[in-house]
Design a protein around this ligand. Sequence first.
Ligand code: MN
Length: 256
Amino acid sequence: MKDSIAENRVNRRDLLVGTGALTGGAILASAGFSGAAAASGAPVKAQLPGFDAAAGEYVLPPLPYAYDALEPSIDAQTMQLHHDIHHAGYVRGLNTALTRLAEMRASGDFGLVKHWSRQAAFAGSGHFLHTVFWTNMAPAGDGGGGEPSSELAESLTESFGSVDAFRGQFSAAARSVEGSGWGILAYEPVSARMQVLQAEKHQNLGQWGVVPLLVLDVWEHAYYLNYQNRRGDYVNAFWNIVNWQNVAERLSEASR
Ligand code: MN
């Protein structure tokens, strides 16, 4: 299943690169995958839509189809506003948040780290989820709708019992998200299975799509016996026991 998921990721990239070329040079250039990365032999990841590796900033990937391509399921005006206004706002917000965080690292003044971490989580999740969302859809009868391939159906059946059972849970989860949010089918690496999750909003307080490499438990149960309310001392002591080799291995695994 791991292989098929990786394969899907590659196919998605190919789809976007291929159709991106049809949408015009300006959009393609702004999307940051003009082919320069491929020509220079850069890692595959640099070619993924949504990030311009040369400029070092996030960019709005073009829709892989026309605004009206999903009608009547989703109308053209909704698609245009959703992509060009809402998604673009997330991209701007993420770039701004990461610029502010870089300024903090440079100055050593982390006074606003809570605010800009929240902004990075909000805008980052928005950017990453929308980038996946557009590619999760295709015109009905032209890649959209129908049934999953037998390989994907087998993976869904392993995780959920059957394709219908998955569809039932996903629909129910999406329908019942409280307030704003998402229904999400996610790969869960500990068991190598998939799970259906609800994201209420999406900024509480992580970025969907990232892979954790180094985590520090700051629930009170993790330090209270020794440190009581002195969480800062516990955080400082963490650096005496951090396993950098493990972090390096996780980074290598996640980025290959
Ligand atoms: Mn949206």
